[in-house]
Design a protein around this ligand. Sequence first.
Ligand SMILES: [Zn+2]
Length: 278
Amino acid sequence: MEGITAAYLVAGDRPALIETGARTSAPALRAALAEAGLAPGDLAWLVLTHVHLDHCGGTGIVAAAFPRATVVVHPRGARHLAEPRRLVAASAAVYGARWSLYGGLDRTAPDRIVAAEEGHRVPVGPGRDLVLLETTGHARHHMSVYDKATGTVFAGDAAGARLAGGGLYPTMPPPDVDLDAAERSVARLAALAPERLLLPHFGPVPEPATDLALAAEQLGRLRAAAASGPDREPLRRALEEELPLEATVAKPEAVARWRRLRWAEANVDGLAGWLERR
Ligand SMILES: [Zn+2]
């Protein structure tokens, strides 16, 4: 499938790749990096916003192809990259029949991985660092990446997704969604007033401030729907009423992708889990 997961290459003395997409995207990613002129020794950093397989699945393959690259990830994600068995098994259970879209995760040697805390800096060139900002909510270990020099935020899934040029819609999948944290994270990104907001699903947004305001509003609607409680069927109906997928995403091509990926359905399970844990 095209246009689902984006990776971003930050050029510089020490180039950084942000996200890999799923393992199934690794061949396309490697071809694009070769086309961008990156030799195997050139990539310095691979920065991951979180270790869901549609963001990190290509990590083992990219780390092997670029032997000088250091993988940067939240401390809660680091162990899963070094020993992916549990993460892969849990993900297979969540994705079910859609597993073939994702394709797993190859192990990365622990000495290639840096566990990055809030505020961790990744130097890409003179006077230019990428800063990791904890933006939890979509996941407990979620980070966004801030390139202050260019006013660019690589949001990860903190602000939702826009597929196939359709409208923004939140992604709140299992297993560890936290709506309170998600609202704080969107506010944090909005306070940066980024000039560029780059989504992994999929691409730059036209108006960062507008989309971040919309993301905050949409989380408010999820909160309203969550008042129906953790039982799946009433919650699903409340979500569809508060934030109808088709009307919100608007474009038929985008709706078709949401349906195929079953991400809106995953939101029901994610939010139900959050309500049960509270
Ligand atoms: Zn995710």
